[in-house]
Design a protein around this ligand. Structure first.
Ligand code: SF4
Ligand code: SF4
Length: 345
């Protein structure tokens, strides 16, 4: 019922093939990119299906929004090219399935959607999140992760259900329309992925960083500039929503943090490596993480700020071993408001 919106005609007339020529991980010149693109479009086997690291970046590189990465995932699934070994994929599908434990609840705004991160509920506290309610659990898990597993079918099946759950169990009867997405992936799901598959979203997603910026403005007189030098770890899901990138600088400016200039930032950002471990490509994960950390360090960062909790869990310890403080963006803001407390600390 839900189909990917993809226009073959746009690719046929595309001269730059940015989706493949700009890929950081598969080396393709323009001619090779044309050949591989054609194979993917025609549903034939392509080395791209097997070599893709599922970093999402080509979704950002395509200047026409023609969903090259979603199409790669579609073809991987059709051809049974599993980036993650199939027993692990099946296990994850069971583990992350909706548990059906959701019950209707009246909620008062602002509502923060914590996705399937109950261990991070503690982050929503203090002045920054004053008056906020949270929702969390497997039944509202955004499910975008299946892009890493060549499982668009799970997305088509589960994402509409999750959206219905959020709306029917929490927002509709509470007459709340805005949903603050703590997790970048949720915002990417509801504003980019869902429309690409024709899935309707009846509420208005708000990116966490937009909420934080608003809140910092309200609390401006209580901010103590931090004077830190920060490297920013951009997550894969942010490739889907580049329009949110400016919030990072907006927040840093408000809390007195300098963003260090480094090679692997913005459109050159490197994946945290977690997915590569699941794909059992440990050498690649080691290489990416090493280059990323060395780059942060060489740029003079003394703190690494994370957007995605999963990147934070993956790289946090290694960042600390390099002498930099790992922090979620919300924690950075809490520090600036004199409420700093490390997760688990
Ligand atoms: S997906 Fe985008 S960048 Fe790639 S060939 Fe098609 S139009 Fe060009
Ligand atoms: S998702 Fe990343 S690795 Fe895969 S083709 Fe696109 S840019 Fe390359």
């Amino acid at each position: 019922m839900y189909e990917l919106s993809y226009d073959k005609g746009i690719c046929d007339t595309c001269e730059t093939l940015d989706c493949l020529t700009r890929c950081q991980h598969i080396n393709l010149d323009l001619d090779a990119a044309k050949t591989e693109r054609q194979k993917i479009v025609q549903g034939e086997d392509s080395r791209v299906l097997r070599e893709c690291l599922t970093c999402y970046a080509c979704e950002e590189y395509c200047p026409y929004g023609n969903h090259p990465f979603y199409l790669i995932v579609e073809r991987q699934e059709q051809k049974g090219v599993w980036p993650v070994p199939i027993p692990l994929t099946k296990q994850q599908l069971i583990m992350m399935a909706p548990k059906g434990k959701i019950t209707p609840e009246k909620v008062k705004p602002p509502i923060v959607n914590m996705c399937y991160f109950p261990m991070l509920l503690e982050c929503v506290r203090g002045k920054l999140f004053e008056g906020c309610a949270t929702i969390v659990g497997s039944d509202i898990f955004c499910n975008i992760m299946w892009l890493h597993f060549a499982k668009n079918s799970a997305i088509k099946e589960r994402v509409p259900q999750v959206i219905e759950n959020i709306w029917n169990y929490y927002l509709r009867d509470s007459q709340v329309e805005e949903l603050i997405c703590f997790h970048d992936e949720c915002y990417g799901t509801y504003t980019h992925l869902a429309p690409a598959f024709g899935i309707e979203v009846p509420f208005k997603p708000v990116h966490l960083f937009e909420y934080l910026t608003r809140r910092l403005d309200e609390l401006e007189d209580q901010i103590r500039p931090l004077g830190m030098k920060a490297a920013y770890q951009r997550p894969c899901s942010n490739r889907l929503i580049p329009e949110t990138r400016h919030w990072v600088d907006d927040i840093f400016k408000r809390v007195g943090v300098e963003r260090v200039e480094r090679q692997y930032d913005g459109e050159n950002a490197l994946c945290c490596g977690a997915v590569l471990r699941a794909q059992q490509r440990d050498d690649l994960a080691d290489d990416l993480q090493k280059r990323n950390l060395e780059d942060m360090k060489a740029a003079g960062a003394n703190v690494c700020v994370f957007n995605c909790p999963f990147c934070f869990f993956t790289l946090g310890e290694a960042v600390a071993q390099q002498g930099m403080m790992p922090l979620l963006m919300s924690e950075l803001c809490q520090f600036a408001l004199g409420e700093g407390k490390m997760i688990g600390g």
